[in-house]
Write a protein that binds this ligand. Structure first.
Ligand SMILES: [Zn+2]
Length: 273
């Protein structure tokens, strides 16, 4: 599933092509991939609007259109937004085609969990799934103190806490496992037992790992591609994710693979306490 660095990379690569372009036609191939606002159809609402800018909140893309309309896109497991400079035949899993003044954007999704919602911009943070998201981890307001406050006295494992989008936005399985490894904290630790110094290390690790993920244009294990169809390269830098049973790159001990918070979790029981 695309996490913050992958969604940020899609945002950047898509914005390069589509900013200031008008949407001239919508082709809905699988209509459940989109949802509209009130009675107007998605096509009616969106056709003729100009793309002003693209923002991101957590794992959501916010495509800002003129006349105060926003498209909130969530890729879920396998969603993709691809830009094509020329007219392009839809592929098997393409659900929506946005024809622009110049080129096309195709929304495709093999698993069909991804969605694009059209919503009036003023309602973005009150009438959508964005309103309950936790802080944005790369923004200056996200400090170690904020992380400590978000953890509070919860009796959750740190793995479960960091996956919770209401507690902190943008992290998924890859970047949680990597951040915990860098911070030297076991994924099974309960957040109410973390010392201030550990929270500070974890905060630093989250920011460093997410930034490194963005710098590498994301991690492409299976499906993820940016808006140009290119893979990321962060998988080469992974220390633990996807490496269960292999030796720890720091101490050589075999990495543990366990099930935690419903997700496969990999960690080093020597380096992480
Ligand atoms: Zn180790």
């Amino acid at each position: 599933m695309p996490e913050l660095p992958e969604v940020e990379t899609i945002r950047r690569t898509l914005a390069q092509h589509v900013t200031d372009l008008k949407i001239v036609e919508i082709k809905l191939i699988w209509s459940s991939a989109v949802c509209s606002w009130e009675d107007q159809s998605f096509e009616e609402l969106v056709t003729g609007r100009r793309i002003q800018t693209i923002d991101r909140r957590g794992k959501y893309l916010l495509i800002r259109l003129d006349e105060d309309l926003t498209l909130i896109a969530h890729m879920r497991m396998t969603g993709r937004l691809n830009y094509f400079p020329e007219k392009q035949e839809p592929e098997k899993h393409t659900h929506v085609v946005f024809r622009l003044e110049k080129g096309e954007v195709h929304f495709s999704d093999v698993r069909k969990f991804g969605r694009i919602q059209a919503i009036p911009t003023p309602l973005c943070f009150s009438g959508s799934s964005l309103c309950k998201l936790g802080p944005e981890p790369l923004e200056a307001e996200f400090t170690p103190e904020v992380l400590k406050e978000r953890f509070g006295k919860k009796k959750l494992s740190v793995k479960a806490a960091l996956l919770d989008q209401h507690l902190l936005a943008g992290l998924g399985n890859i970047y949680v496992d990597e951040s915990l490894f860098q911070a030297g904290i076991s994924p099974e630790r309960r957040v109410d037992t973390l010392a201030a110094e550990e929270i500070s290390k974890l905060h630093h690790a989250i920011q460093t790992i997410l930034q490194a993920g963005i710098d590498a244009q994301g991690t492409s294990f299976r499906d993820y591609r940016d808006a140009n169809g290119e893979k990321g390269s962060f998988e080469r830098e992974l220390q633990v994710y996807g490496r269960g049973g292999e030796p720890c790159k720091v101490c050589g001990q075999t990495l543990e693979r366990i099930r935690l918070a419903g997700r496969t979790t990999v960690y080093c029981s020597r380096c992480q306490r």
